[in-house]
Ligand binder design. Structure first.
Ligand SMILES: Cc1ncc(COP(=O)(O)O)c(C=O)c1O
Length: 478
């Protein structure tokens, strides 16, 4: 055997070759290259690259929540407890968490579903949010939501009634789903959100998608992202009830990606758990997967990797198999679990950490409210742009009319028109956004996704750059 033949593109798992993840795709790679060119003194028509490709609030300058970092520091190094700088509620919290860690160390493995104290707090958070009972036994902690979402999707890899499995996914979608489905060999059945009606989800479109997919596959699950990424809409309660009825009637597992539930500007958030419960029988008895992460919300601790799945009403044998599969991975990061504990039980009024926590939370909420408004107003004031109201998440997903001459130029270069547009935007302004092809869009429409949580001046600079770029682009190609 020749040594260079043991791993080749031809003999590795071919499914890996199909994975695409535009959020860290070719436009970002070019942005990183431009950053290196700037460092070397290569002249550019701008001073710096503005990265707006990924929903990572700390990378955009959001300050960590002090309470979280104090708990982390003390949990990692309990000797700090003697310091007069450590507030009493931080000391108390760490004592509780370490009391549940083997030998009082975050360096010891936890149970594979997570520390019991943290799972209990997750259940309490869900109960307080929904007014519906929740059990720690249904809670599985993970290293981010991606981890548990992939674990749940893995359960669906099985032919049923002689047909391969399919999963219904919204378009536009967050490419964790398309990428993981590709990796697992699950068929992706696309249903389109209705851009003309604030990205609502039409029951008739779900039916169309299901019918089409069912010709060759068995549809096993329906993914709903609420609030939406990249679209930023919050579904109405009526819409959610239609989705629940659809899932019931077609016997599909509802996977509710609810990771942006704490990033909403003004509308109320209803979890699918609550809506199902309030719809009563038979819907209240349906299985449900719901996903939350510390990467989003006000903590936004993306790099520390913590999240959870609540898997309600699974059959006992399914729960046992899932638990065993999770055990193989040992456990999620215990420091990550400490963060989740803080997110699930924030400092309460009257506790020493509360005033600072409340001030920090207020700043974060103000930034989101300001940026969603600026993004909406700015995009809708640019000729050829359209942007729906942004209810939440941390993104804008404007639609852009791309002139036919520019589309022809893109074709000549072997690119999609929106990829060409985003590449030109990057080359001419340094603004790095992600083309709509990475999330999906109605054929013939073009979008990009931008994160919106930059500091005010940086954000204004980005909006101004996009506007003047677009006007030049129109002049060149119209
Ligand atoms: C809709 C959605 N779901 C899940 C995730 C996964 O986040 P993480 O794995 O960092 O928890 C993200 C991250 O951006 C997301 O936007």
């Amino acid at each position: 055997m020749k040594l260079d033949n043991c791993l080749t593109a031809e003999n590795i798992n071919q499914k890996l070759l199909n994975i695409q993840y535009a959020v860290r795709g070719p436009i970002l790679q070019r942005a990183l290259q431009i950053e290196r060119e700037i460092q070397k003194g290569v002249p550019k028509p701008f001073e710096r690259v503005v990265r707006a490709n990924i929903g990572d609030s700390h990378a955009l300058g959001q300050k960590p929540i002090t309470f979280i970092r104090q708990v982390l520091a003390l949990a990692a190094f309990p000797e700090l407890a003697d310091s007069a700088d450590v507030p009493a509620d931080v000391r108390q919290r760490v004592q509780e968490i370490l009391g549940d860690c083997t030998k009082g160390s975050v360096g010891a493995y936890s149970p594979s579903a997570g520390l019991s104290i943290v799972r209990t707090r997750v259940a309490q958070y869900i109960e307080a949010r929904d007014g519906v009972p929740a059990s720690p036994d249904d809670v599985y902690l993970g290293s981010g939501a991606s981890d548990v979402i992939k674990a749940v999707l893995t359960m669906l890899v099985e032919d049923v009634d002689g047909k391969p499995p399919a999963v219904m996914v919204p378009i536009p979608q967050y490419p964790l789903f398309s990428g993981t489905l590709s990796e697992l060999g699950l068929h992706q059945a696309n249903y389109y959100l209705d851009e003309e009606h604030e990205w609502a989800l039409q029951a008739s479109e779900l039916e169309r998608c299901w019918r089409q997919a069912s010709e060759d596959c068995t549809v096993r699950a329906l993914v709903v992202i609420n609030p939406g990424n990249p679209t930023g809409q919050v579904l109405t309660r009526q819409n959610m009830e239609e989705i629940v009825r659809f899932a019931y009637e077609h016997n599909v597992f509802l996977m509710a990606d609810e990771v942006y539930q704490e990033n909403i500007v003004s509308k109320p958030f209803y979890s699918f758990k609550k809506v199902m419960h309030e719809m009563g029988a038979p819907y209240a008895g349906m299985p449900l997967g719901s996903f939350v992460t510390c990467s989003k919300g006000w903590a936004a601790e993306c790099g520390l990797r913590a999240g959870f799945a609540e898997l309600a009403r699974l059959a006992p044998a399914v729960r046992a198999a899932f638990s065993t599969a999770r055990a193989v991975m040992q456990c999620p990061s215990v420091l990550g679990q400490c963060i989740l504990d803080c997110v699930m039980k924030r400092p309460a009024p009257g506790e020493p950490s509360h005033p600072q926590f409340a001030a920090e939370l207020g700043d974060i909420q103000r930034v989101l409210a300001e940026r969603t408004e600026t993004a909406y107003d700015t995009f809708n004031s640019i000729p050829g742009y359209f942007c729906n109201p942004i209810d939440g998440s941390m993104f804008a997903y404007p639609r852009v009319d791309i002139p036919e001459a520019a589309q022809a130029e893109a074709e000549r270069l072997g690119m999609a028109p929106d990829e060409f547009y985003c590449l030109r935007l990057l080359e001419e302004t340094g603004v790095c956004v992600v083309p709509g092809t990475g999330f999906g869009q109605l054929p013939g429409t073009f979008h990009f996704r931008t994160t919106i949580l930059h500091p005010r001046d940086e954000f204004q600079h980005m909006m101004d750059s996009i506007r003047s770029f677009h006007l030049n682009f129109l002049e060149k190609y119209s």
